[in-house]
Design a protein around this ligand. Structure first.
Ligand code: ADP
Ligand code: MG
Length: 715
């Protein structure tokens, strides 16, 4: 056991008198150490934890202000002698002290919450310093709930700012200050926090040593840049955040390297010209975009490697991810392996089936369908085909991760709209390869597709263990989707636009409002909307699709919509992901203010897929909240999914994007992906350098910051 582990909670004094903080953390109550359980809640156990318990902010007790010079609204410290102390009951119970300073000016110190022990301690004649904001009351200057400190005539002023630590019930500020002082005094900081980074790394970044940074943050000089401290942009803070981000990068890099030790089937692209993938490519009614070619090649190279691919394909709605999935599948099938394509909804899975069947069937590799509601006999047949390997390409929903499903030799698992799936579901699909016949100790390659772009800073931090491909180019001929905000009072105009669009043989989506609290209410609203639109537009062929329809019924409606037998489709958010009907060019979203940015972007992505100009009308019910207005305005101004995601990150923070990786957010305590994005790239480079040149320090770094917190990386 080293010295730092033996650290015990202090009882001794640091020379400074204890402070009363808003009278709640009274020193008498803090004489005994808080229980270990309470400390554990704050993450405090070892000396290491105490020295890394960094201040939230500071109080400036380094200077005194005469009472007459104190400005209202600005924190000031006054010093004087208590000339009177009394408790009055009117207008409400309060304790009032009169303080007289050197110049003979007086101020009232007022407390509405206090303990009798305090009153006893701060009796008349006591000399004290009080820190707070002066306000000019009717009876003269006063401070409400100042921080008070008993002193003697020659108690020196501190020459550093006073830290205010994150405290909690039962672990008070005064006690924390003493405990942390003690921890800092007991062992030299460089022993608790030995430097792991070479000068070569930190000097160019102008970062101080870790020990210096921590020492400074606990006791900044009186003349320190308080703005930078408050903003946490001071080099000392940057060093701490850099440490964390570096540890995160190291763990992700290590996870990435570890995957190279796992075996996966090698499925190189065949060299002859008549391969399945080249036949499919030739059969496409369009040429691949440059972005698609690049991504296809990236994936193709991964599939040829003897370790499992784990690639995230990001592409805005409509960027053409399905073709990429098809070409990857073809390469795997041709190499003699099975492919599974899993989509989050039956609607979407069916659309894939329809499209991919058209490409694969003529080439002799018809996809097999596997979803929840197959007839028993059909299901048995599908399962048999999958187990014997007769089914090369399986398309379906999460039904394919049920235990009855056994693949003969799964080589590639493709997950569409991956953010819709949980961690377990993704792991379960991957685990399917570990059962079947000859590839039992191998993992399949994994391709995850997502139309919810992850902002760059997040991708570089939380997703750094994945390889990422981006389809950053839309197929040619796409037009912008004109987006308008319209108050729902102007519904008549909207109806007129629908009529005009239908006359021009265009198709229209009407998205019903999201009612999160009640699925029943949401359904009712959809039925009402459908009835109202049928009445308003008697000549139109109108269809309705919602989550309560049976899958077969949904399919019928979608097929009618695709054939333009339905002109106006009234829908709930079931059409949010993936649905592709190029002739639809007008979308109305009712109560758009209730939707999130990502969802609006997904919905809007259903139009603008054909050659005609598309329009998206965001109907809203005024008055709009600020946040709702910000979202709608973002939608009106921005088309690009990556940019929208960036805005979303700014508005809502990273939690929303992380989904399954949310637990990883615990990895960062001090760094903030939004504000500290500029540190990520340097941390990335430093992580590479460290792993190559100083693996021991890398280990130490990981251990120090993450301990055992990195298991979530397995997905
Ligand atoms: P998403 O990335 O949203 O899944 P899809 O794969 O559904 O997009 O593709 C959207 C539409 O674009 C489909 O109709 C598809 O056939 C078409 N498409 C894909 N790639 C191209 C291309 N290179 N040129 C023209 N159209 C394309
Ligand atoms: Mg798609």
């Amino acid at each position: 056991m080293n010295r730092t582990d033996q650290f015990t909670c202090p009882v001794s004094h640091d020379g400074r008198a204890p402070a009363v903080q808003n009278s709640r953390s009274f020193p008498i109550r803090n004489k005994t150490a808080p229980s270990a359980a309470r400390l554990a809640k704050l993450g405090l156990a070892r000396a290491f934890d105490f020295v890394l318990h960094l201040p939230l902010r500071y109080e400036d007790e380094t200077a005194l202000t005469p009472i007459r010079a104190a400005q209202p609204g600005i924190a000031a410290q006054i010093e004087g002698i208590v000339s009177a102390s009394e408790i009055t009951l009117k207008p409400r119970r309060q304790w009032c002290l009169t303080l007289v300073d050197r110049r003979g000016d007086t101020a009232q110190l007022r407390f509405f919450h206090f303990y009798s022990a305090q009153v006893k301690q701060f009796e008349a004649g006591v000399r004290l310093r009080a820190l707070g904001e002066i306000r000019k009351a009717f009876s003269g200057p006063e401070m409400v709930h100042p921080t008070m400190r008993i002193i003697t005539e020659n108690t020196p002023l501190p020459n550093t700012l006073t830290p205010v630590y994150p405290a909690s019930q039962g672990v008070g500020q005064a006690w924390l200050r003493r405990a942390i002082d003690q921890a800092l005094a007991d062992t030299p900081l460089p022993e608790i926090l030995p430097e792991t980074l070479q000068a070569e790394i930190i000097v160019p970044l102008r970062l101080p040593s870790l020990a210096d940074a921590v020492a400074f943050l606990h006791r900044p000089d009186a003349n320190a840049d308080t703005g930078a401290l408050a903003e946490r942009t001071h080099p000392a803070w940057l060093r701490i955040k850099f440490e964390e981000l570096l540890a995160q990068q190291l763990s992700l890099k290590r996870a990435h390297l570890a995957r190279r030790q796992i075996r996966a089937p090698r499925m190189p692209r065949a060299t002859h010209a008549d391969t399945l993938s080249s036949r499919i490519e030739r059969a496409l009614p369009f040429a691949l975009t440059r972005a698609q070619q690049r991504v296809r090649d990236e994936i193709s190279a991964d599939l040829a490697a003897p370790y499992p691919m784990q690639r995230l394909l990001q592409g805005d709605v409509g960027s053409g991810k399905t073709v990429i999935a098809a070409l990857a599948a073809a390469q795997a099938i041709e190499a003699g392996y099975q492919v599974a394509l899993m989509a989050p909804t039956e609607l979407l899975a069916e659309q894939h089936l329809r499209q991919l069947r058209g490409w694969f069937e003529p080439c002799g590799a018809p996809p097999v369908w596997l979803a929840g509601r197959l007839k028993d006999s059909e299901k048995r047949a599908a399962l048999r085909a999958i187990a014997t390997g007769a089914a090369r390409f399986v398309i379906g929903t999460h039904a394919m991760i049920q235990s009855a499903v056994e693949f003969m030799q799964l080589g590639l698992a493709i997950i569409d709209e991956q953010h819709r799936f949980g961690v377990e579901q993704r792991l379960a699909l991957r685990a399917k390869a570990q059962r079947g016949g000859k590839v039992s100790n191998e993992q399949p390659h994994q391709l995850m597709m997502s139309a919810t772009p992850i902002p760059r800073s997040l991708a570089m931090s939380y997703y750094a263990d994945l390889d990422i491909s981006a389809l950053d180019e839309l197929p040619p001929g796409r037009t912008l989707v004109l987006t308008r905000l319209i108050s729902h009072a102007r519904r008549d105009e909207v109806i007129a636009r629908i009529r005009a669009a239908a006359r021009a043989r265009r198709q229209i989506y009407w998205v019903c409002p999201l009612i999160e609290e009640s699925e029943a209410l949401q359904l009712q609203t959809a039925l009402d909307t459908f009835a109202a639109l049928c009445a308003a537009l008697p000549k139109l062929r109108i269809g309705l699709i919602h989550g309560r329809l049976k899958p077969a019924e949904k399919t019928i409606v979608m097929e009618q919509f695709m054939r333009n037998e339905i002109q106006l489709l009234v829908a709930t958010t079931v059409i949010e992901v993936g649905v592709d009907v190029p002739n639809a060019s007008l979308m109305i979203i009712e109560h758009a203010e209730r939707f999130g940015l990502a969802q609006l972007h997904q919905l809007r992505g259903r139009v603008g897929r054909g050659h005609q100009t598309s329009v998206c009308l965001l109907l809203y019910a005024p008055p709009l909240s600020r946040a709702a207005y910000a979202r709608l305005r973002t939608m009106r101004e921005i088309q690009d999914g990556f940019e929208i995601a960036q805005r979303d990150l700014e508005i809502r923070g990273p939690g929303e994007f992380l989904g399954a990786r949310q637990s990883g957010a615990a990895m960062l305590r001090f760094a903030d992906i939004r504000r500290d994005a500029c540190l990520i790239q340097p941390a990335r480079r430093a992580a590479e350098r460290l792993l190559h040149a100083w693996p021991e320090q890398a280990e130490q770094q990981l251990d120090r910051w993450l301990g055992r917190r990195a298991h979530y990386l397995k997905v």
